[in-house]
Ligand binder design. Structure first.
Ligand code: HEM
Length: 196
């Protein structure tokens, strides 16, 4: 693992393995689980008449707002915390891919729910997250300002599926093939592998 002198101010170490701080770990797994739930089980509204859609999006928009709030907190925490050090002996190209995937995740984790939220104000049907309050209380014809953010919202979630596949396979490859304790950075309770 990388020298502890290159440590950022909030990191900790377990043996020779860099470990994320507890708040970063909590954000990672809670937001990850919510995003996977939200992306893989979206409401089946495509092709449905607009007037039948409100009950379908009630839960989705509520969860989207919660995810957006958590992602904002996570970004603030990331900016205070700084980047994690590279795992020793990782080829530079792999490190660059990992950093690019992490950055793309941060951008999409923020923009995808934000654009979903923005689209609600011009939605052609009523939207009340968790039935608690109205973001849009009138049905009207769909406009460009609904269709554009909705389109980006949907494409953003598709790109995140691709990133999730790359990110998860890379984590598993490092953990079980390279055996460099990478997963212990995000799950410190895992038993250490050899050379730690
Ligand atoms: C939608 C779900 C996920 C998202 C959005 C996500 C996002 C991220 C991001 C942005 C980082 C960089 C660290 C940070 O700043 O927080 C990271 C690190 C990490 N993730 Fe995920 N992740 C997800 C799911 C997973 C899964 C399923 C695994 C395990 C198979 C995993 C394993 C890891 C590991 C081991 C690290 C540390 C990598 C390193 O420090 O180089 N992640 N993740």
């Amino acid at each position: 693992m990388l020298s502890q002198e290159n440590n950022n101010k909030r990191s900790t170490w377990s043996g020779r393995t860099y470990v994320y701080d507890p708040l970063s770990i909590l954000f990672h797994w809670v937001i990850g689980a919510l995003l996977i739930r939200q992306i893989f089980f979206p409401p089946e509204i495509e092709g449905m008449p607009f007037d039948q859609r409100p009950p379908m999006v009630t839960f989705h928009t509520g969860m989207g707002l919660i995810i957006l709030a958590l992602v904002v907190l996570r970004i603030v925490w990331f900016l205070r915390r700084g980047s994690a050090p590279m795992v020793e002996n990782t080829p530079l190209w792999q490190y660059r891919v990992a950093i690019s995937v992490h950055r793309a995740f941060y951008v999409l984790m923020f923009l995808t729910p934000l654009l979903g939220f923005l689209s609600t104000f011009s939605a052609p049907y009523e939207i009340a997250p968790f039935n608690l309050f109205y973001l849009n209380s009138e049905a009207h014809a769909p406009t460009f300002w609904f269709e554009l953010p909705s389109f980006i919202h949907k494409q953003g979630s598709r790109i995140m599926i691709g990133l999730l596949v790359i990110h998860s396979l890379a984590a598993l490859y490092h953990q079980f093939h390279v055996k460099d304790n990478l997963l212990r950075r995000m799950i410190p309770a895992l038993p250490p592998q050899e050379d730690d």
